[in-house]
Ligand binder design. Sequence first.
Ligand code: NAI
Ligand code: MG
Length: 487
Amino acid sequence: MPEAISSASGGKCLIGGRWVPPASGRTLPVICPSDGRVFAEIASGGAADIEAAVAAAREAFEKGAWGRLAAFERGRLLLRLSAAILEHAEELAALESRDTGKPLRQGRADIRACARYFEYYGGAADKLHGDTIPFLQGYTAASFWEPHGVTAHIIPWNYPAQIFGRSIGAALAAGNACVLKPAEDACLSVLRIGELALEIGLPEGALNIVPGLGEEAGAALAGHPGIDFLSFTGSPETGTAIQTAAARNHIGCTLELGGKSPQLLFADADLEAALPVVVNAIVQNAGQTCSAGSRVLIEKGIYEEVTGRLAARFRELVAGPHDRDLDLGPLINRSQLERVQHYLALAREGGVSVLAEGRLAEDLPPGGYYVAPVLLGPVPPDHPLAREEVFGPVLACLPFADEAEALALANATPYGLVAGVWTRDGARQLRLAHGIRAGQVFLNGYGAGGGIELPFGGVGRSGHGREKGFAGLYEFVRLKTIVWNHG
Ligand code: NAI
Ligand code: MG
């Protein structure tokens, strides 16, 4: 028998302010990626549970206590939730770390970020001002932001607590009632925060959580005619299914679908500052980060020096169990491990050299999904390693001759999420910042995952719509124009 997580939410769904077993009575095992062993269970929700959750959200929005709150009261509740998350930070961080395999310090950072989202959006709830519009004589016209109503949220396993915070925080601040389908591979922190939300007095039905499989609970939620907006983070393939479902119901959606984000290193760059950031941007969360810096484009004159210094650092990196808090943990599951191994095989077949490899810790528990970080280069620009998202700790080095080639390479993938440009030349910084096809460009820095306040999202295969910052809040409201003819 699996050791149970002592919580009200074990094996249950949060619907209408109560934890209830899924209609089917089925559960899914929760596996720790560090040893491949089952340590808890979650509900395996399905269409009936989604039906009940959407109905509970509709009730909360239209008739319940939630829909009657003033904006500042909603904000206060989110601030209370933020404080509760911080009060339980150690417990939540340990849970997040065990559930995802990420090193404990990353779990701690994620829980702090989750609390920050509720703090940020709690403070923003009563600051969505509309406009007055000069119109014809005898008329007064104004536009108001109103919530969509019932919003659906489908999130992945790589940063459960953070992505929960950025999506649910914004949607609740705007006054929507939410139905969340977290990832089957990791969602214990989200369920625990669901319990905290009830404890701090979030009105029933404002937040409903139905764990389950993507093809079951996820597909039922995405295609439900009772939802008014859909927010998704995950793979481009599932993103297509989500957008198709949204199109059938004529609702809007935001899609955050990952990337193949480059960092550009010019010969005049401050390498002391740049190189640790370049390494961290691919090692963080074992490379399972939508905004992972998975390509480094290096000016030819410094290619040997930079790859040599990166290789030295890669050789020191150690992967191991989450609770040993090493440079990186295991990957989330067997299929992600196989995905990374597949890309490493493609590199070998394509004759791409391995410049350096990190190592696995001694005495690894058997059954974990470990992979050592790998530095590859030079990667030909048309090789899959230069164009496709690996979602693992694999960094591709590509040399470039000049600024024009650097820009062309930066834009040579179907993705466009984040980029970093390292140069002391101010005019070049701005030319590239404007020229690179991405939702965020960092100059002499790189912000994988960071920046609650900074609008974040992609172009092309990275998706569309923005999360984080006020832009993230505006996705969860729509404009209504009211025109008054007073003669
Ligand atoms: P996925 O896109 O299938 O899963 C993300 C979420 O979507 C999960 O909650 C899942 O249950 C749900 N889902 C899956 N199929 C669904 C469907 N038909 N309808 C509705 N919801 C559905 O991603 P997966 O399979 O976990 O990972 C595959 C690849 O996706 C990764 O290797 C990585 O490249 C990418 N990915 C990107 C992420 C990002 O942060 N942008 C996060 C996770 C994965
Ligand atoms: Mg999938």
